[in-house]
Design a protein around this ligand. Structure first.
Ligand code: BTN
Length: 250
């Protein structure tokens, strides 16, 4: 069924919306969204990021879109799989299509060029009883914005390559990669998982993090298949869930 309805066959283009994730959720709740639907907006008045943050983006400069995903056939335990595959797909896009060096994945799903964030993902899952029915995958990719006044550690494809890109072209290239990866989401899990860990930001390095209002140091080991970050703290490997710790940037 998924094969006959590829992701991005139908794309809704909006000039302005509160948030493409909200819009996708509204359509889904009204029974108006099918698997693979993509919603792209030029501007969001209430763009949302991880952990209640806002996602700011200059009008018509960046890619802001959401994908509606039917996840009924996917095991609930594989939520991180979808997460990892999505992040790896963006990393691949930036590396293979735009040849941006030093692409890294910052746990759980930010894509960095060097020490600057180029893309963020906000996945919102819908559960019906114990079934994982849908996921709304919200993606922001900084494309043609050159100034990030409020964010010191942000960059874009333009800033990394010196070239402007057509937003629709970038989306098309992303969707080609994503469709291919989605088809092998379950069979090639280890491939996405290994790529994810291979690109992990600060891997092998010591970082400082906060937990329960206390500061600790730990060495980044890897992310496990439940999506937990494994850190070596005082000679012991410990696993942390997202939201359990806050990593302080050096
Ligand atoms: C993050 O890094 O905090 C996640 C950012 C996700 C931003 C995208 S832009 C399109 C979609 N709509 C939203 O409101 N958020 C996501």
């Amino acid at each position: 069924m998924h094969k006959s309805s590829p992701i991005g066959d139908v794309i809704i283009e909006l000039t302005e919306i509160d948030s493409t994730n909200n819009y996708a959720m509204r359509l889904l709740n009204e029974g108006m969204a099918e698997h693979g639907l993509v919603i792209r907006a030029d501007f969001q008045t209430a763009g949302r990021g991880q952990q209640g943050n806002t996602w700011l983006s200059e009008e018509s400069k960046n890619l802001l879109f959401s994908i509606v995903m039917d996840t009924v056939r996917l095991p609930v335990e594989s939520q991180f799989m979808l997460n990892a595959m999505t992040t790896v797909s963006i990393a691949n896009l930036l590396m293979t299509e735009y040849h941006i060096p030093d692409i890294k994945i910052k746990w759980p799903n930010d894509v960095y060029a060097g020490k600057k964030k180029v893309s963020g993902i906000l996945i919102e899952n819908q559960l019906r009883g114990s079934t994982w029915s849908n996921a709304i995958i919200g993606i922001g990719i900084n494309v043609n914005q050159s100034n990030f006044p409020d964010l010191l550690r942000a960059s874009s494809i333009l800033n990394e390559t010196g070239k402007q890109q057509k937003l629709k072209q970038v989306l098309k290239k992303f969707l080609a990669i994503y469709n291919e990866n989605f088809l092998t989401l379950q069979t090639d899990y280890h491939v996405h998982f290994n790529l994810y860990n291979g690109l992990l930001f600060n891997k092998g390095q010591e970082i400082t993090f906060m937990r329960n209002f206390e500061m600790y140091k730990g060495k980044v080991i890897m992310v496990n298949d439940r999506g937990e970050l494994q850190l070596e703290v005082n000679g012991r490997i410990k696993s942390f869930k997202h939201k359990e710790i806050e990593i302080l940037l050096s």
